[in-house]
Design a protein around this ligand. Structure first.
Ligand code: AMP
Ligand code: GLY
Length: 419
Protein backbone atom coordinates (compact mmCIF):
# COMPACT_ATOMS: atom_id res chain seq x y z
CA UNK A 1 0.00 0.00 0.00
CA UNK A 2 1.07 3.59 -0.60
CA UNK A 3 1.11 5.73 2.54
CA UNK A 4 1.00 9.47 3.21
CA UNK A 5 2.23 10.53 6.65
CA UNK A 6 1.24 13.96 7.99
CA UNK A 7 3.56 15.91 10.29
CA UNK A 8 7.12 17.13 10.66
CA UNK A 9 8.44 16.25 14.12
CA UNK A 10 10.42 13.53 15.88
CA UNK A 11 7.27 11.46 16.29
CA UNK A 12 6.71 11.48 12.53
CA UNK A 13 10.37 10.65 11.84
CA UNK A 14 9.97 7.56 14.06
CA UNK A 15 6.67 6.63 12.38
CA UNK A 16 8.24 7.03 8.93
CA UNK A 17 11.25 4.94 9.95
CA UNK A 18 9.00 2.16 11.26
CA UNK A 19 6.59 2.29 8.30
CA UNK A 20 9.53 2.11 5.87
CA UNK A 21 10.49 -1.23 7.46
CA UNK A 22 6.99 -2.67 7.08
CA UNK A 23 6.68 -5.29 4.32
CA UNK A 24 3.28 -3.95 3.22
CA UNK A 25 4.49 -0.35 2.84
CA UNK A 26 4.94 0.65 -0.80
CA UNK A 27 5.63 4.30 -1.54
CA UNK A 28 5.90 6.51 1.51
CA UNK A 29 5.12 10.22 1.25
CA UNK A 30 5.30 12.77 4.04
CA UNK A 31 3.74 16.22 4.30
CA UNK A 32 5.51 18.38 5.09
CA UNK A 33 8.21 16.09 6.57
CA UNK A 34 11.68 17.21 7.66
CA UNK A 35 15.29 16.35 6.74
CA UNK A 36 15.18 13.23 8.94
CA UNK A 37 11.92 12.00 7.46
CA UNK A 38 13.37 12.61 3.98
CA UNK A 39 15.67 9.61 4.67
CA UNK A 40 12.63 7.31 4.50
CA UNK A 41 9.95 9.23 2.57
CA UNK A 42 9.37 11.65 -0.31
CA UNK A 43 8.42 14.99 1.24
CA UNK A 44 5.67 17.24 -0.12
CA UNK A 45 5.51 20.85 1.06
CA UNK A 46 1.86 21.10 2.02
CA UNK A 47 0.14 22.21 5.21
CA UNK A 48 -1.08 19.07 7.07
CA UNK A 49 -4.02 21.07 8.52
CA UNK A 50 -5.31 22.06 5.07
CA UNK A 51 -7.95 19.37 4.42
CA UNK A 52 -8.39 20.34 0.77
CA UNK A 53 -4.67 20.12 0.03
CA UNK A 54 -4.26 16.80 1.90
CA UNK A 55 -7.21 15.18 0.10
CA UNK A 56 -5.97 16.48 -3.27
CA UNK A 57 -2.45 15.12 -2.67
CA UNK A 58 -3.80 11.75 -1.51
CA UNK A 59 -6.00 11.45 -4.60
CA UNK A 60 -3.33 12.59 -7.02
CA UNK A 61 -0.84 10.09 -5.57
CA UNK A 62 -3.42 7.26 -5.23
CA UNK A 63 -2.67 6.94 -1.51
CA UNK A 64 -4.18 3.93 0.29
CA UNK A 65 -3.61 5.09 3.85
CA UNK A 66 -3.01 8.48 5.42
CA UNK A 67 -1.34 8.31 8.85
CA UNK A 68 -1.90 11.48 10.86
CA UNK A 69 0.95 12.22 13.30
CA UNK A 70 0.00 15.39 15.26
CA UNK A 71 -3.25 16.44 16.92
CA UNK A 72 -3.79 19.74 15.07
CA UNK A 73 -4.98 18.18 11.75
CA UNK A 74 -7.25 15.80 13.66
CA UNK A 75 -8.88 18.58 15.66
CA UNK A 76 -9.18 20.56 12.41
CA UNK A 77 -11.14 17.72 10.74
CA UNK A 78 -8.57 16.46 8.25
CA UNK A 79 -9.50 12.83 9.01
CA UNK A 80 -13.18 13.66 8.42
CA UNK A 81 -12.35 15.08 4.99
CA UNK A 82 -10.30 12.01 4.05
CA UNK A 83 -13.06 9.62 5.16
CA UNK A 84 -15.59 11.62 3.16
CA UNK A 85 -13.34 11.22 0.12
CA UNK A 86 -13.14 7.46 0.79
CA UNK A 87 -9.42 7.54 1.54
CA UNK A 88 -8.15 5.27 4.34
CA UNK A 89 -6.98 7.22 7.38
CA UNK A 90 -5.34 6.34 10.68
CA UNK A 91 -6.59 8.94 13.15
CA UNK A 92 -9.95 9.99 14.58
CA UNK A 93 -12.55 12.38 13.20
CA UNK A 94 -12.84 15.81 14.82
CA UNK A 95 -15.77 14.77 17.03
CA UNK A 96 -13.69 12.01 18.68
CA UNK A 97 -10.56 14.20 18.69
CA UNK A 98 -12.36 16.39 21.25
CA UNK A 99 -10.92 13.93 23.77
CA UNK A 100 -7.71 15.92 23.31
CA UNK A 101 -9.08 19.20 21.98
CA UNK A 102 -11.29 19.88 25.00
CA UNK A 103 -10.36 18.82 28.52
CA UNK A 104 -13.90 19.74 29.66
CA UNK A 105 -15.41 17.34 27.10
CA UNK A 106 -13.22 14.50 28.38
CA UNK A 107 -13.97 15.23 32.05
CA UNK A 108 -17.71 15.22 31.36
CA UNK A 109 -17.41 11.96 29.40
CA UNK A 110 -15.53 10.36 32.32
CA UNK A 111 -18.10 11.53 34.84
CA UNK A 112 -21.01 10.26 32.74
CA UNK A 113 -19.39 6.84 32.33
CA UNK A 114 -17.86 6.26 35.76
CA UNK A 115 -14.30 6.47 34.42
CA UNK A 116 -11.79 7.18 37.24
CA UNK A 117 -10.30 10.69 36.98
CA UNK A 118 -9.64 13.68 39.26
CA UNK A 119 -12.68 15.59 40.61
CA UNK A 120 -13.17 18.82 38.67
CA UNK A 121 -15.15 21.93 37.94
CA UNK A 122 -15.48 23.54 34.49
CA UNK A 123 -15.41 27.33 34.51
CA UNK A 124 -16.30 29.52 31.53
CA UNK A 125 -14.78 32.69 32.97
CA UNK A 126 -12.00 33.68 35.35
CA UNK A 127 -14.41 34.85 38.07
CA UNK A 128 -16.13 31.46 38.14
CA UNK A 129 -12.77 29.70 38.27
CA UNK A 130 -11.63 31.79 41.25
CA UNK A 131 -14.84 30.95 43.05
CA UNK A 132 -14.46 27.24 42.36
CA UNK A 133 -11.03 27.20 44.06
CA UNK A 134 -12.67 27.07 47.49
CA UNK A 135 -13.95 23.56 46.69
CA UNK A 136 -10.42 22.21 46.31
CA UNK A 137 -7.44 21.65 48.58
CA UNK A 138 -3.86 22.66 47.76
CA UNK A 139 -2.12 21.68 45.50
CA UNK A 140 -4.80 22.31 42.90
CA UNK A 141 -4.53 21.96 39.13
CA UNK A 142 -5.60 24.69 36.66
CA UNK A 143 -5.97 23.75 32.98
CA UNK A 144 -6.83 25.73 29.88
CA UNK A 145 -9.66 23.90 28.10
CA UNK A 146 -8.20 23.84 24.58
CA UNK A 147 -5.00 22.61 22.88
CA UNK A 148 -1.87 24.05 24.49
CA UNK A 149 1.00 21.75 23.37
CA UNK A 150 1.38 20.38 26.91
CA UNK A 151 1.94 23.86 28.32
CA UNK A 152 -1.57 24.87 29.43
CA UNK A 153 -1.45 23.20 32.85
CA UNK A 154 -0.44 24.67 36.22
CA UNK A 155 -0.07 22.56 39.32
CA UNK A 156 -0.52 25.36 41.88
CA UNK A 157 1.18 24.91 45.23
CA UNK A 158 -0.70 27.80 46.85
CA UNK A 159 -3.96 29.64 46.47
CA UNK A 160 -2.06 32.71 45.20
CA UNK A 161 -0.37 30.65 42.52
CA UNK A 162 -3.73 29.20 41.49
CA UNK A 163 -5.22 32.68 41.18
CA UNK A 164 -2.23 33.87 39.17
CA UNK A 165 -2.65 30.92 36.78
CA UNK A 166 -6.33 31.76 36.35
CA UNK A 167 -5.49 35.40 35.60
CA UNK A 168 -2.73 34.43 33.18
CA UNK A 169 -5.18 32.22 31.27
CA UNK A 170 -7.29 35.25 30.28
CA UNK A 171 -11.02 34.75 30.11
CA UNK A 172 -11.10 31.46 28.21
CA UNK A 173 -12.73 28.29 29.55
CA UNK A 174 -10.80 26.47 32.29
CA UNK A 175 -10.93 23.20 34.18
CA UNK A 176 -10.06 23.27 37.90
CA UNK A 177 -9.00 19.88 39.14
CA UNK A 178 -8.19 17.91 42.26
CA UNK A 179 -4.46 17.12 42.56
CA UNK A 180 -3.77 13.41 42.15
CA UNK A 181 -0.91 11.74 43.93
CA UNK A 182 1.08 8.92 42.37
CA UNK A 183 3.42 8.07 39.54
CA UNK A 184 2.51 8.89 35.94
CA UNK A 185 2.58 6.42 33.06
CA UNK A 186 1.25 6.54 29.53
CA UNK A 187 -0.71 3.79 27.86
CA UNK A 188 -1.08 3.68 24.07
CA UNK A 189 -4.06 1.70 22.79
CA UNK A 190 -5.22 1.05 19.26
CA UNK A 191 -8.93 1.77 19.08
CA UNK A 192 -11.32 0.98 16.27
CA UNK A 193 -14.87 1.84 17.28
CA UNK A 194 -15.89 -0.13 20.36
CA UNK A 195 -12.81 -2.42 20.15
CA UNK A 196 -9.45 -1.58 21.69
CA UNK A 197 -6.13 -3.35 22.28
CA UNK A 198 -3.09 -2.16 24.22
CA UNK A 199 -0.06 -1.35 22.07
CA UNK A 200 2.64 -0.15 24.49
CA UNK A 201 3.38 1.80 27.66
CA UNK A 202 5.93 4.55 28.23
CA UNK A 203 7.03 7.21 30.67
CA UNK A 204 7.69 10.80 29.64
CA UNK A 205 9.61 13.66 31.33
CA UNK A 206 7.59 16.83 30.87
CA UNK A 207 9.63 19.34 32.87
CA UNK A 208 12.55 21.07 31.19
CA UNK A 209 14.98 20.67 34.10
CA UNK A 210 16.74 17.79 35.82
CA UNK A 211 14.93 16.34 38.82
CA UNK A 212 11.66 17.23 37.03
CA UNK A 213 11.95 20.94 37.74
CA UNK A 214 11.16 24.08 35.74
CA UNK A 215 8.41 24.73 33.22
CA UNK A 216 6.51 22.04 31.33
CA UNK A 217 7.60 21.17 27.80
CA UNK A 218 6.25 18.85 25.12
CA UNK A 219 8.55 16.19 26.65
CA UNK A 220 12.33 16.01 27.21
CA UNK A 221 12.74 12.25 27.03
CA UNK A 222 10.90 8.97 27.38
CA UNK A 223 11.41 5.29 27.80
CA UNK A 224 9.39 2.20 26.97
CA UNK A 225 7.99 0.03 28.32
CA UNK A 226 7.04 1.60 31.67
CA UNK A 227 7.47 -1.32 34.12
CA UNK A 228 5.52 0.67 36.75
CA UNK A 229 2.43 0.00 34.63
CA UNK A 230 2.36 -3.70 35.47
CA UNK A 231 0.32 -6.18 33.41
CA UNK A 232 -2.36 -6.02 36.10
CA UNK A 233 -2.53 -2.22 36.16
CA UNK A 234 -2.52 -2.13 32.37
CA UNK A 235 -5.51 -4.42 32.11
CA UNK A 236 -7.34 -2.36 34.76
CA UNK A 237 -6.61 0.78 32.73
CA UNK A 238 -7.96 -0.93 29.59
CA UNK A 239 -11.12 -2.20 31.34
CA UNK A 240 -11.87 0.83 33.52
CA UNK A 241 -10.68 3.69 31.30
CA UNK A 242 -9.92 2.96 27.63
CA UNK A 243 -12.72 0.51 26.75
CA UNK A 244 -15.53 2.49 28.45
CA UNK A 245 -14.30 5.58 26.58
CA UNK A 246 -14.31 3.77 23.23
CA UNK A 247 -17.79 2.37 23.90
CA UNK A 248 -19.17 5.75 24.99
CA UNK A 249 -17.90 7.45 21.83
CA UNK A 250 -19.19 4.64 19.62
CA UNK A 251 -22.61 4.79 21.34
CA UNK A 252 -22.72 8.56 20.77
CA UNK A 253 -22.26 8.02 17.02
CA UNK A 254 -18.75 9.51 17.07
CA UNK A 255 -16.55 6.39 17.15
CA UNK A 256 -12.81 6.76 17.76
CA UNK A 257 -10.38 5.29 15.23
CA UNK A 258 -6.63 5.53 15.71
CA UNK A 259 -4.30 5.52 18.69
CA UNK A 260 -5.62 6.67 22.05
CA UNK A 261 -2.93 7.86 24.43
CA UNK A 262 -4.09 7.71 28.03
CA UNK A 263 -2.01 9.76 30.46
CA UNK A 264 -2.51 7.91 33.74
CA UNK A 265 -1.82 8.63 37.38
CA UNK A 266 -1.17 5.40 39.26
CA UNK A 267 -2.84 6.31 42.54
CA UNK A 268 -3.35 4.27 45.70
CA UNK A 269 -6.88 3.56 44.40
CA UNK A 270 -5.64 2.39 41.00
CA UNK A 271 -5.08 4.07 37.62
CA UNK A 272 -6.88 7.38 37.07
CA UNK A 273 -7.05 9.31 33.81
CA UNK A 274 -5.11 12.60 33.77
CA UNK A 275 -5.69 13.35 30.12
CA UNK A 276 -6.24 11.84 26.72
CA UNK A 277 -4.34 12.54 23.55
CA UNK A 278 -5.65 11.29 20.23
CA UNK A 279 -2.29 10.52 18.61
CA UNK A 280 1.09 9.09 19.57
CA UNK A 281 3.09 10.99 22.20
CA UNK A 282 6.22 12.84 21.25
CA UNK A 283 8.85 11.64 22.35
CA UNK A 284 7.05 8.47 23.53
CA UNK A 285 6.53 7.45 19.89
CA UNK A 286 10.27 7.57 19.22
CA UNK A 287 10.81 5.19 22.16
CA UNK A 288 7.96 2.84 21.21
CA UNK A 289 8.50 2.41 17.46
CA UNK A 290 11.74 0.39 17.77
CA UNK A 291 9.93 -2.12 20.02
CA UNK A 292 7.07 -2.95 17.67
CA UNK A 293 7.43 -6.29 15.92
CA UNK A 294 5.61 -7.34 12.79
CA UNK A 295 4.08 -5.37 9.94
CA UNK A 296 3.27 -1.99 11.49
CA UNK A 297 1.67 -0.57 8.34
CA UNK A 298 -0.69 -3.56 8.23
CA UNK A 299 -1.67 -2.89 11.85
CA UNK A 300 -2.49 0.75 11.13
CA UNK A 301 -4.47 -0.24 8.02
CA UNK A 302 -6.47 -2.74 10.09
CA UNK A 303 -7.43 0.06 12.51
CA UNK A 304 -8.30 2.38 9.63
CA UNK A 305 -10.53 -0.20 7.96
CA UNK A 306 -12.26 -1.44 11.11
CA UNK A 307 -10.55 -4.85 11.10
CA UNK A 308 -8.72 -4.63 14.43
CA UNK A 309 -10.74 -7.58 15.75
CA UNK A 310 -9.71 -9.79 12.80
CA UNK A 311 -5.95 -9.55 13.05
CA UNK A 312 -3.36 -10.80 15.53
CA UNK A 313 -2.84 -8.36 18.43
CA UNK A 314 0.24 -6.11 18.22
CA UNK A 315 3.50 -7.71 19.33
CA UNK A 316 6.33 -5.96 21.15
CA UNK A 317 9.91 -7.14 21.31
CA UNK A 318 11.07 -7.88 24.87
CA UNK A 319 13.66 -5.10 24.67
CA UNK A 320 13.80 -1.67 26.31
CA UNK A 321 14.27 1.66 24.69
CA UNK A 322 15.01 5.21 25.70
CA UNK A 323 14.80 8.56 23.90
CA UNK A 324 16.70 11.67 24.99
CA UNK A 325 15.55 14.97 23.49
CA UNK A 326 18.23 17.44 22.50
CA UNK A 327 16.55 20.86 22.53
CA UNK A 328 17.69 24.31 21.43
CA UNK A 329 18.81 26.69 24.16
CA UNK A 330 15.87 28.77 25.37
CA UNK A 331 13.24 26.03 24.98
CA UNK A 332 10.41 25.96 26.14
CA UNK A 333 10.62 29.76 25.85
CA UNK A 334 12.05 31.22 22.66
CA UNK A 335 14.54 28.69 21.31
CA UNK A 336 17.79 29.70 19.63
CA UNK A 337 17.34 28.79 15.98
CA UNK A 338 19.85 28.19 13.23
CA UNK A 339 22.54 26.50 15.34
CA UNK A 340 24.68 24.03 13.38
CA UNK A 341 24.26 20.29 14.12
CA UNK A 342 27.03 17.85 13.26
CA UNK A 343 28.12 14.26 13.91
CA UNK A 344 24.70 12.61 13.89
CA UNK A 345 26.39 9.81 11.93
CA UNK A 346 28.83 9.27 14.81
CA UNK A 347 25.93 9.03 17.25
CA UNK A 348 24.26 6.43 15.04
CA UNK A 349 27.44 4.33 15.14
CA UNK A 350 26.54 3.43 18.72
CA UNK A 351 24.80 0.03 18.65
CA UNK A 352 20.99 0.17 18.77
CA UNK A 353 20.84 3.94 18.20
CA UNK A 354 18.71 5.96 15.77
CA UNK A 355 18.67 9.76 15.82
CA UNK A 356 15.23 11.05 14.86
CA UNK A 357 14.88 14.64 13.66
CA UNK A 358 12.40 16.72 15.63
CA UNK A 359 13.21 20.28 14.55
CA UNK A 360 15.91 20.51 11.90
CA UNK A 361 16.30 22.03 8.49
CA UNK A 362 18.90 22.05 5.76
CA UNK A 363 20.43 25.42 5.00
CA UNK A 364 22.97 25.42 2.16
CA UNK A 365 23.57 21.72 2.65
CA UNK A 366 24.20 22.01 6.40
CA UNK A 367 21.86 20.74 9.08
CA UNK A 368 20.66 23.43 11.52
CA UNK A 369 18.18 23.71 14.37
CA UNK A 370 14.65 24.88 13.68
CA UNK A 371 12.30 24.96 16.64
CA UNK A 372 12.48 23.91 20.30
CA UNK A 373 13.01 20.16 20.31
CA UNK A 374 15.67 19.42 17.73
CA UNK A 375 16.76 15.76 17.95
CA UNK A 376 15.29 12.65 19.56
CA UNK A 377 18.21 10.32 20.26
CA UNK A 378 16.83 6.81 20.69
CA UNK A 379 18.54 3.62 21.80
CA UNK A 380 17.33 0.04 22.15
CA UNK A 381 18.96 -2.68 24.26
CA UNK A 382 18.20 -5.82 26.23
CA UNK A 383 17.81 -3.95 29.53
CA UNK A 384 16.66 -0.50 30.52
CA UNK A 385 20.10 0.37 31.95
CA UNK A 386 21.84 -0.62 28.71
CA UNK A 387 19.39 1.36 26.57
CA UNK A 388 20.02 4.38 28.78
CA UNK A 389 23.80 4.02 28.57
CA UNK A 390 23.65 3.73 24.78
CA UNK A 391 21.36 6.75 24.44
CA UNK A 392 23.71 8.98 26.45
CA UNK A 393 26.79 7.62 24.66
CA UNK A 394 25.12 8.67 21.40
CA UNK A 395 24.05 12.09 22.71
CA UNK A 396 27.66 12.72 23.71
CA UNK A 397 28.80 12.21 20.11
CA UNK A 398 26.58 14.98 18.76
CA UNK A 399 28.14 18.35 18.04
CA UNK A 400 25.43 20.98 18.61
CA UNK A 401 26.72 23.97 20.55
CA UNK A 402 23.28 25.57 20.83
CA UNK A 403 21.69 22.44 22.30
CA UNK A 404 20.95 21.11 25.76
CA UNK A 405 19.42 17.93 27.16
CA UNK A 406 18.44 16.38 30.46
CA UNK A 407 20.99 13.99 31.89
CA UNK A 408 18.51 12.17 34.12
CA UNK A 409 15.98 10.67 31.71
CA UNK A 410 14.66 7.46 33.26
CA UNK A 411 15.75 8.38 36.80
CA UNK A 412 12.75 6.73 38.44
CA UNK A 413 13.41 3.47 36.65
CA UNK A 414 17.12 3.66 37.40
CA UNK A 415 16.36 4.22 41.08
CA UNK A 416 14.04 1.22 41.12
CA UNK A 417 16.63 -1.00 39.44
CA UNK A 418 19.41 0.00 41.79
CA UNK A 419 17.15 -0.25 44.89
P1 AMP B 1 -1.85 17.33 31.08
O1 AMP B 1 -1.52 18.29 29.97
O2 AMP B 1 -3.29 17.28 31.45
O3 AMP B 1 -1.22 15.99 30.87
O4 AMP B 1 -1.05 17.87 32.37
C1 AMP B 1 0.34 18.06 32.32
C2 AMP B 1 0.96 17.52 33.57
O5 AMP B 1 0.39 18.16 34.73
C3 AMP B 1 0.67 16.05 33.80
O6 AMP B 1 1.55 15.25 33.09
C4 AMP B 1 0.85 15.94 35.30
O7 AMP B 1 2.21 15.89 35.64
C5 AMP B 1 0.28 17.24 35.79
N1 AMP B 1 -1.13 17.05 36.15
C6 AMP B 1 -2.20 17.27 35.36
N2 AMP B 1 -3.34 17.01 36.02
C7 AMP B 1 -3.00 16.60 37.25
C8 AMP B 1 -3.72 16.20 38.43
N3 AMP B 1 -5.06 16.19 38.45
N4 AMP B 1 -3.02 15.84 39.52
C9 AMP B 1 -1.67 15.89 39.52
N5 AMP B 1 -0.93 16.26 38.47
C10 AMP B 1 -1.57 16.62 37.34
N1 GLY C 1 4.99 13.82 25.33
C1 GLY C 1 3.70 14.32 25.61
C2 GLY C 1 2.84 14.48 24.44
O1 GLY C 1 3.12 14.05 23.36
O2 GLY C 1 1.76 15.05 24.61
Amino acid sequence: MDILLLGSGGREDALAWRLRQSPSCGRLLAAPGNPGIARWAECAAIDPCDSGAVVALAKEQAIDLVVVGPEAPLVAGVADALRQADIGVFGPNAAAARLEGSKGFTKDLCKANGIPTADYVRAERAAEAREALSQFGIPVVIKADGLAAGKGVTVAMSRAEAEAAIDAAGDGPLVIEEFLEGEEASLFALVDGAAAVPLASAQDHKRVGEGDTGPNTGGMGAYAPAPVLTAELQSRAMEEIVLPTARALAAAGTPFSGVLYAGLMLTAQGPKLIEYNVRFGDPECEAIMPLIDGDFAELLLAVATGRLGEIAPPRLSPQHSMTVIVAARGYPGTPASGGAIRAIEAAEQVAGVTVFHAGTELVQGGLVAKGGRVLAVTAVADTFANARARAYRAVDQIDFADGFHRRDIGWRELQRETA
